[in-house]
Design a protein around this ligand. Structure first.
Ligand code: G6Q
Length: 542
């Protein structure tokens, strides 16, 4: 991105004009605002009318997308060009969602054929486990799946398994172990028994410290329960790109499901990393999720910017981040099944666009990715929403909700929907001092002069609402792909490589140095704080 280009300047000038306009006025002046500023695709309706925009804003923002050649960039990604330049890799999570009938040549290989060969292998394994044909070492069927992985090898599968619980085979219990804190694996192992447990070791590199430590502890526990080393093949499977390391760990490579270096960790739930999802919900539902995502890929690739859901959401993010100086963005799913969606999006967005160097190595001249955070509604309303309504920061938010519940129960769903809709209305409208005064006067309150000021809500706080009929595998696939592409578009506008993660790599390196020092008892050279902390730990351990 070159921040000084004409499109950017035009937006700056437009921002000065619109900055002080209240959305109340915009809605009052235009009763068709909802129709104008909403769009739908793949079963998802995006209402973005409660944003500080008018038709001119949209025109200027889409011009920015045109300037960044988003359509061309999307094609380059979808065609398998090496757009992850710092790692010299293609970025092809979208290929994982292509139907078997399609062809995509990368370096002389039809990757679609490869992808479907591996997913057929995974599907056959999954059917055996789910039907009980796959037996543990004592002849009993598998009842527990323990997914051991971290980051992209954990957050995606965990989020999807939670989201698709109604589709889960309930006699298979799912467990996810990610943290290197021994508590995570220890507490999990208390819930399972060796004879009926299948461990899925999910690691693209198969070198990640945390995952290997947890996998080794699981293996030791398994042997300690009375199983032999020959039994490991029945209870351990691996998902990785690194066959040598898998074999070295002692997992039968027949039970290894591979994927490719062109699948980034945080984009990998569609690959064999989704093995645990397949085990939980079955191959058909997994395929429905892939189909939903593929539909969104097509929508993204083929729809004009002004009706393109990921492009619109990305441009609104740029509008707030770069012109209103909004530094954080809330994800508020009004759906308990989506309770891990904010955490998943935190990685997707912040690991992709939390960067300050452009593709050509020059420093970014404008703000890039915001802080992403959130919790499911209605819980968030009783916690941090106060700050969204009356805090000094302007914060944008996505509200996500299904019209129908998977658990229709009395008035619950209507109450959930009412809260979701009412919050976006309140954030948009706010409450003037005159309105606050009138309410207090009607109640006969005292100290109205002071109290009314506390009850003022500025409003004009932007929200998107994403609403769909029901949260099913197909819609979930589309929803995730929507956010993937939103992040892609923003990365392109800011000139970033959204597909590397040197910050994560740094963490992996740093811990090894300190670990060596903690284990040897010989601290190296550090600042006084780091040294003080290392010494504190060494004294407690000796
Ligand atoms: C994701 C990141 C990171 C990665 C984990 C686990 O995009 O690269 O979160 O997924 O560090 O890596 P492995 O799958 O290689 O164990």
């Amino acid at each position: 991105m070159q921040s000084l280009h004409a499109e950017w300047d035009a937006l700056k000038a437009h921002h000065r004009e619109i900055e002080s306009v209240h959305m109340r006025e915009m809605f009052a002046q235009d009763s068709s605002r909802f129709d104008t500023f909403s769009a739908s695709a793949c079963g998802i309706l995006l209402d973005y009318s409660k944003n500080r925009i008018n038709s001119e804003t949209l025109k200027l923002l889409t011009a920015l997308a045109a300037r960044a050649d988003i359509a061309g960039e999307a094609q380059r990604m979808l065609n398998g060009e090496r757009i992850n330049a710092t790692e010299q890799r293609a970025v092809l999570h979208t290929a994982l969602r292509l139907p078997a009938s399609k062809k995509l040549m990368v370096d002389g290989v039809n990757v679609v054929e490869d992808i479907h060969a591996v997913s057929d292998q995974a599907a056959a394994f999954v059917d055996k486990v789910r039907s009980g044909e796959w037996k543990g070492y004592s002849g009993k069927p598998i009842r527990h799946i323990v997914n051991i992985g971290i980051g992209g090898s954990d957050l995606g599968p965990l989020m999807v398994c939670e989201a698709l619980k109604p589709w889960q085979q309930r006699d298979l219990s799912l467990h996810f172990v990610s943290n290197v804190d021994g508590t995570h694996i220890s507490e999990t192992l208390q819930l399972v028994d060796a004879e009926t447990t299948l461990f899925i070791i999910a690691s693209k590199t198969f070198t990640t410290q945390e995952t290997l430590a947890n996998a080794h502890s699981a293996r030791q526990w398994f042997l300690d329960q009375g199983a032999g080393t020959d039994d490991i093949a029945k209870h351990f499977a691996a998902v990785s790109t690194n066959a040598d390391a898998v074999a070295e760990f002692g997992i039968d490579t027949d039970n290894m499901f591979r994927f490719w270096d062109w699948v980034g960790g945080r984009y990998s739930l569609w690959s064999s990393i989704g093995l645990t999802i397949r085990l939980a919900v079955g191959n058909e539902n997994f395929d429905a999720m892939l189909a939903g995502a593929h539909k969104m890929d097509q929508h993204f690739a083929n729809t004009p910017y002004e009706n393109n859901l990921p492009v619109i959401m990305a441009l609104l993010g740029v509008w707030y981040g770069n012109f209103f100086d909004v530094r954080s963005h809330v994800i508020a799913p009004y759906d308990q099944y989506l309770h891990r969606f904010p955490a998943y999006l935190q990685q997707l967005d912040m690991e992709s666009n939390g960067k300050s160097v452009q593709m050509d190595g020059s420093a970014c001249e404008v703000s890039t990715g915001p802080v992403i955070w959130g919790e499911p509604g209605t819980n968030g309303q009783h916690a941090f929403f106060q700050l969204l309504h009356q805090g000094t920061e302007l914060i944008s938010a996505d509200f996500i909700v299904a019209a129908k519940s998977q658990n229709p129960l009395g008035r619950h769903q209507q109450m959930l929907l009412a809260n979701c809709i009412a919050q976006t209305e309140a954030l948009m409208r706010g409450k003037t001092e005159a309105e606050a005064r009138a309410e207090l006067e009607a109640k006969g309150a005292e100290d109205i002069d002071i109290l009314s000021r506390h009850k003022v809500f500025s409003g004009n706080r932007p929200t998107n609402t994403l609403i769909f009929d029901e949260l099913n595998p197909n819609v979930l696939g589309a929803l995730i792909a929507l956010y993937e592409h939103k992040v892609f578009v923003q990365g392109k506008i800011w000139g970033l490589n959204s597909f590397d993660q040197w910050g994560v790599e740094l963490g992996k390196e740093l811990a090894s140095t300190v670990l060596g020092e903690l284990e040897s008892g010989n601290p190296g050279e550090h600042d006084s704080s780091t040294l003080g902390l290392i010494n504190y730990c060494l004294q407690r351990h000796s």
